[in-house]
Design a protein around this ligand. Structure first.
Ligand SMILES: *Cc1c(COP(=O)(O)O)cnc(C)c1O
Length: 223
């Protein structure tokens, strides 16, 4: 595993994808997902100049955060968050990507000591196993989220099915992009919907093509 080479490959692939989509690379944040590796390996990633680190579980997040919090990185929690764990972690994260229920929003609002940047997770593919709001429910959900002033809804997050082919990825990512643009146009208070968290190791080029601004990449850093 050569982390520096992997990092350079990923950054150059992201730049290429941005160019291909007629976008500027500065609009795309590359997040290294360190859930597969220990603290020392995560530190090596940071030493290559990666500025955004993510974990998908609270216990692992806290372990990395405690060891590495003095670095200049921004901290992302990207996985499902149980309500009872909100108080342990929410004030440490810079971005939370998996807001998937009103009850979770209520708990975050209650425990947050400052506005928390959140992505609404949407289940655009309709897979029953996936977390996230059904896009059809958002008209009902948004006015209720507006009650929670400690949440700042900066965008949408989605995950493609593991077996999706290119055509399905195009469809899902474009659907999510269009939804994000519709919500952004509403200009709701505290809900800028300016960002899109989509794309993982196997599909980030496609996600960037469809407007992603945060890509969450694990495997490709650590192979
Ligand atoms: C693990 C994980 C990723 C990274 O996936 P890779 O395929 O390893 O790049 C991205 N997002 C979430 C929510 C994850 O749990």
């Amino acid at each position: 595993m050569n982390i520096k080479e992997n990092k350079e490959q990923i950054f150059s692939d992201v730049a290429k994808a941005a160019l291909g989509a007629h976008r500027t690379v500065d609009d795309i944040t590359i997040i290294a997902v360190t859930k597969y590796v220990d603290v020392d390996t995560a530190r090596k990633v940071i030493d290559t100049g990666v500025l955004h680190i993510a974990e998908n579980r609270v216990d692992k997040f806290l372990e990395k955060y405690q060891a590495l919090k003095d670095s200049k990185v921004k901290w992302h929690l990207i996985g499902t968050l149980q309500r009872r764990k909100v108080k342990d972690v929410i004030n440490l994260v810079d971005y939370f990507h998996a807001l998937d229920s009103l009850k979770l929003a209520q708990e975050i609002d209650k425990r947050a000591e400052h506005p928390i940047k959140c992505f609404l997770q949407v289940n655009v593919s309709g897979e029953p196993s996936k977390h996230g709001f059904n896009p059809n429910d958002l008209d009902e959900v948004l006015p209720r989220l507006a009650n929670y002033s400690n949440l700042r809804i900066i965008g949408l997050m989605t995950m493609a099915p593991i077996d999706a082919d290119e055509k399905e990825l195009d469809l899902l990512f474009e659907k999510t992009h269009q939804l994000q643009l519709q919500l952004k146009a509403k200009q709701l208070p505290n809900m800028p919907f300016s960002d899109l968290s989509m794309g993982m190791s196997r599909d980030y080029a496609s996600a960037i093509h469809h407007g992603s601004t945060f890509v969450r990449i694990g495997t490709s850093f650590f192979k």
